[in-house]
Design a protein around this ligand. Structure first.
Ligand SMILES: Cc1ncc(COP(=O)(O)O)c(C=O)c1O
Length: 392
């Protein structure tokens, strides 16, 4: 049996058409397959490898921590330096009201736990999200997903979930005194990097304050520099009550987190205690990798350079077939006339040695979310290949 056949037969699959690059190694901006072919990575594991593959300081942090201890105890019982150091560093970089972080293993776990936190804290049950939002694939997150396509088969889901329309100010009256929380992505990811308009996020913040609902930012994709500032909340100058992060925060390791005030967070430890528990959440190796990533971002010009890298992409990627470039920073979506062009671009891109990818909800856009360390030369090279393919 060939490797691809075995992959399809023995490993759980998500689509009938996986890209199936047979990975040998990955370093910096590049992924190398078993045949020695090198790919320029314009996806970064779907916004996850923020400072590139196997960044030396991340690898060192992992190695150093692996020499000391791995898993020692379920989350929250023992004091473990990598967790506490990361929590303290996040508190020092976030607005004052976001000073207590709970670590989990993934983005969706952060969403699930923050939905629970908002219900427990407010004593209300309703969760509001946006049409076309994506917050993860488990039942709670699926319940607030903004499209019916992926929900239908799995109903019944959570009751008391309502929706507003992203960027539609008139819809926010749907948030009421019954609402425990509003979960919102500062930039909608799965629908193709749709950015907020008309002070929409500020208006949602104001409405939450008016009715006593908590605002939860899903920064699972926008965190750790992706939008040109450390957190999306800095880019849009709106402070949520709960901030969820994952993906880019791990530097390639699996970690997620939700951050709130100590006072709100304490509602998970009382009445009943153990309101949210996880065995492996905040694994010391993942936290060490995350802290190394954060330090690298804070001690370099990587984030400061994101805006000019975005501008270079926008300057170079001008083609009659590209209808629009959406997004902010290094989360950019190329919008085309139809899905065929997207499929061709991604598949021909692979042949020509560049990795691009699709969006979950948008069939007419292609994702560019490279590691933030991409150089100007690499932006020029990737753009040139994209334009060549579109000319074919
Ligand atoms: C905005 C957003 N929220 C939540 C998630 C779920 O995160 P994870 O896949 O780590 O569970 C994702 C993943 O793509 C995402 O993009």
């Amino acid at each position: 049996m060939g490797v691809k056949e075995s992959f399809i037969r023995h490993q759980g699959q998500t689509t009938p058409y996986p890209l199936a690059i047979d990975v040998e190694s990955a370093k910096g901006m590049y992924v190398t397959d078993k045949s020695g072919k090198v790919y320029l990575d314009m996806v970064a594991g779907v916004s996850a490898c923020s400072i590139g593959h196997c960044h030396p300081s991340v690898v060192k942090a992992i190695q150093d921590q692996a020499e000391k201890y791995l898993h020692v105890m379920v989350y929250g019982e023992f004091i473990q330096d990598p967790q506490l150091d990361l929590a303290e560093k996040l508190a020092s970089l976030l607005p004052k009201s976001l000073n207590s972080t709970y670590f989990v293993n993934s983005g969706v776990e952060a969403i699930e736990a923050s939905m629970k936190l908002s219900k427990g804290y407010t004593g209300r049950s309703e969760i509001i999200s946006c049409k076309n939002s994506y917050h993860g694939s488990t039942h709670g997150a699926l319940s607030i997903m903004g499209t019916e396509t992926y929900k239908r088969k799995y109903r019944p889901l959570l009751p008391d979930c309502g929706q507003i329309i992203y960027n539609d100010l008139s819809s926010i009256k749907r948030i009421t005194e019954k609402t425990a929380s509003v979960v919102i992505e500062p930039i909608q990811g799965a629908s193709g990097f749709v950015t907020p308009k008309h002070d929409f996020l500020k208006a949602v913040r104001d409405r939450c304050d008016e009715v006593g609902a908590l605002l939860i930012f899903d920064e699972i994709q926008t965190c750790f520099g992706r939008t040109g500032s450390l957190f999306g909340l800095d880019t849009y100058d709106v402070v949520p009550d709960i901030l969820c992060m994952a993906k880019g925060m791990g530097g390639g390791m699996s970690i997620g987190s939700f951050t709130s005030s100590t006072e709100k967070m304490h509602s998970l430890r009382e009445n009943p205690m153990l309101g949210h528990i996880t065995t492996f959440g905040g694994h010391p190796i993942a936290c060490a990798a995350s802290l190394a990533t954060l330090n690298e971002l804070c001690n370099s010009q990587i984030i400061q350079e994101v805006d000019q890298k975005e501008a270079l992409f926008r300057k170079l990627l001008i083609h009659p077939k590209i209808k629009e470039i959406r997004g902010k920073g290094l989360m950019l979506a190329l919008e085309f006339e139809d899905a065929d062009i997207c499929r061709k671009l991604v598949h021909r891109g692979l042949e020509k040695g560049i990795i691009m990818f699709f969006f979950l909800f948008s069939q007419t856009a292609v994702r560019l979310s490279p590691p933030l360390i991409i150089s100007e030369e690499e932006i020029c090279k990737a753009s040139q290949i994209i334009l060549e393919i579109l000319d074919e």
